[in-house]
Design a protein around this ligand. Sequence first.
Ligand code: BTN
Length: 236
Amino acid sequence: MERIKLESIDSTQSYARKELESLMTRAPLCITAEEQTKGRGQPGKSWYSPRGAGLYVTLLLAEHERTLPLSCLAQLFSLAVAEELENLGFASQLKWPNDILLAHTKVGGVLCEVVHQPGERMALILGLGLNVNATADQLKLVGSAATSLQIISGQQWEHEPLLQKICSSFLTLFSQMKQLGFVPFQKRYEKLLITLGQQITLPEGPALCEGVSGDGRLILRTPDGHIHLHHQALNK
Ligand code: BTN
């Protein structure tokens, strides 16, 4: 996969969007930055991105609409990251649909955006923020609880090998998903799902988390026994 390495940028996601037309001809493309001055998290949130402390990555993929179940992209990307962390000896968990956790604390998150283009073409702009060598002092500046690979393991991690592993693992999962959908990944995702079998609270009230569906939605059982498939809209 071709690579664009940026020193400092507002956000690798915003960069991909701004330069979309020319970058699409180079997809699949991996864009990274050493630091982001306006890293974006889930809508309304920012992503704290100090220099050299984490992986700030955007993968740009050019796809055709009809073939893809878009609702499971964030789940697939976060699964690839969590499984790579497991391979490195971390006990990772997932919080549906975007968060990667270590020791019950967020270590990374993904942000999947889609831009529809003429014909049935579309750009998938898949962002990953992973706290790698961020220190506890740095992470105090994040609004909510956060951890890093270094805090959990007590050692520093090189960014490049980590990035290569995550990208190649995601691309493998992505090409399998294009053939088979999310079904082959359901059990793998559930194995790491932190809320599996637990009561969770939705704005509508409490519900029991029973797993993920074949298209990546969260399966919830409400107290009246009804099953709901909870889905998060993709960011446009
Ligand atoms: C989340 O809120 O959990 C998602 C965080 C996504 C952050 C990454 S860092 C690289 C890419 N560029 C951004 O501005 N955001 C994503």
